[in-house]
Design a binder for this molecule. Structure first.
Ligand code: NAD
Ligand code: TYD
Length: 350
């Protein structure tokens, strides 16, 4: 089986690529990534020379390029993760999100449809999406299920919702074998330090302010990224065509409680007096349209396919902090911008 994984140089994509390359030596994995600021080939140093792995630099917004790639490679399946993914960036530049997340996804669906010539036996298009498409919950105990109505609020979540609708439309209209999963907030290694957890780790290390939007009362459900990659593996192999699965950690935290916990872990790991890092917490202007609460009900995934998160959050957070402290070079290369030269230095003449 030859699988196209898009966005494989990003945070979650790199974990999915690593899992598939190392678990399935009989699969050929092609990683297609534009290498935007969020794409980092240094996320994949341990698998980049594997015999069943290939990297292709390219943009999913370029329909001709995509069609050529599909014609040449004859993929059996697509696992689509390429996206613009940061809500704050979507607020300042929504068009970029429409182009990659909506137009890019439709281009991929079209390229797959043309390449597979309407015959979807042993073919699969797996679209990786987010819980943010469901909108915002109140402070109660209600959770998002697979049948919750879409109600996106940010340009990011609106673009992801739109892409989900197109994937379903290709299943319903053309009979394409499509599956979708909607996951909660991920954390773990190789996370770009613009998102809450890695940004806070980086700032605490440097004794810089930790920006908390509003009062820090917004609630997110956090899942260890390797558990997400394992869920994608299970859903890719076992889900029925046309199905949707919610993936989550049953692990809700207000931002401020999460950051206080992180501060304690950082104090311990950096041998600082307890309470040192908490002093860096700084409340800043709230994000526009900031969703109050996300919570995923992942019962269907457990019942149908037996998946459950493997790590308790405290354990995962400690592992994540240890990874960031051990991988200073990775973090320095990201913050200095050096990571953006890796492709020219290592790949262009291959
Ligand atoms: P990321 O921003 O870390 O990575 C995105 C990758 O896509 C990057 O490598 C980037 O270079 C690539 N890319 C962007 N535009 C492209 C284009 N036009 N053509 C080709 N490649 C392009 O994102 P992530 O956090 O790893 O998220 C991956 C997917 O998972 C996204 O679809 C996102 O919506 C979804 N998701 C993320 C989370 C989360 O907590 N991060 C949670 C649920 C779902
Ligand atoms: P983020 O990591 O950007 O993920 P998302 O917006 O997709 O959930 O943000 C997680 C939460 O943390 C969200 O409620 C916004 C908040 N946040 C801060 O308080 N400060 C920050 O500097 C960032 C980046 C996020």
């Amino acid at each position: 089986m030859k699988i196209l994984i898009t966005g494989g140089a990003g945070f979650i994509g790199s974990h999915v690529v690593r899992r598939f390359v190392t678990t399935y030596s009989n699969y050929q994995i092609v990683n297609l990534d534009k290498l935007t600021y969020a794409g980092n080939l240094e996320n994949l140093l341990d698998v980049e020379n594997s015999a069943n792995y290939k990297f292709v630099k390219g943009d999913i917004v370029d329909a001709d390029f995509l069609q050529n790639l599909f014609d040449t490679e004859q993929f059996d399946a697509v696992i689509h993760l390429a996206a613009e993914s940061h809500v704050d960036r979507s607020i300042s530049n929504p068009i970029e999100f429409v182009m990659t997340n909506v137009v890019g996804t439709v281009n991929l669906l079209n390229a797959a449809k043309t390449s597979w010539k309407g015959s979807y036996n042993s073919k699969r298009f797996y679209h990786v999406s987010t819980d943010e498409v469901y909108g915002s919950l109140g402070e109660g105990t209600e959770m998002f299920t697979e049948t919750t109505a879409y109600d996106p609020h940010s340009p990011y979540s609106a673009s992801k919702a739109s892409s989900d609708h197109f994937v379903r439309a290709y299943h319903d209209t053309y009979g394409m074998d499509c599956v979708i999963s909607n996951c909660s907030n991920n954390y773990g290694s190789f996370h770009f330090p613009e998102k809450l957890i890695p940004l806070s780790i980086h700032n605490i290390k440097q004794n810089k302010a930790i920006p908390i939007y509003g009062k820090g009362e917004n609630i997110r459900d956090w899942l260890w990224v390797e558990d997400h990659a394992r869920a994608i593996d299970v859903i890719f192999h076992k889900a029925k065509t046309g199905s949707t699965y919610n993936i989550g950690g049953h692990n809700e935290w207000t931002n401020i409680d999460l950051i206080r916990t992180l501060c304690k872990v950082m104090d311990k790991k950096l041998n600082r007096e307890e309470g040192t890092s908490e002093k860096l917490i700084t409340y800043v202007t709230d994000r526009a349209g900031h969703d109050l609460r996300y919570a995923i009900d992942a019962t269907k995934l457990k019942k149908d396919l037996g998946w459950e998160p493997s790590l308790q959050f405290e354990e995962g957070l400690e592992k994540t902090v240890e990874w960031y402290l051990k991988n200073e070079k990775w973090l320095n290369n990201v913050t200095s911008g050096n990571y953006q030269h890796y492709y020219e230095e290592q790949y262009q003449n291959r």
